[in-house]
Ligand binder design. Structure first.
Ligand code: SF4
Length: 72
């Protein structure tokens, strides 16, 4: 039995762009998961399958709480 809080299961992450303020914090923290779209001037997800551990910090730090899991 695994008693740690570390989760290695892959989840599907997305950005709710309607709430995004384009601060680029997600790219600063997770450049392998989020990239910047120069045309739209918005971030996008470049690798949607992530572990919860990988994106926990940015989910807590995003000023608009717009980084979400879209699986159940
Ligand atoms: S951290 Fe949140 S508000 Fe900032 S660019 Fe990323 S998704 Fe948008």
């Amino acid at each position: 039995m695994n008693n740690t809080n570390t989760c290695t299961k892959y989840r599907e992450v997305a950005i709710e762009l309607g709430d995004c303020r384009s601060c680029q914090g997600c790219i600063d923290l997770n450049p392998d998961v989020f990239e910047w779209d120069e045309v739209l001037d918005m971030p996008y997800v470049c690798r949607s399958k992530v572990t919860e551990d990988e994106v926990r910090d940015i989910m807590n730090a995003c000023p608009e709480d717009c980084i979400v899991f879209v699986d159940c």
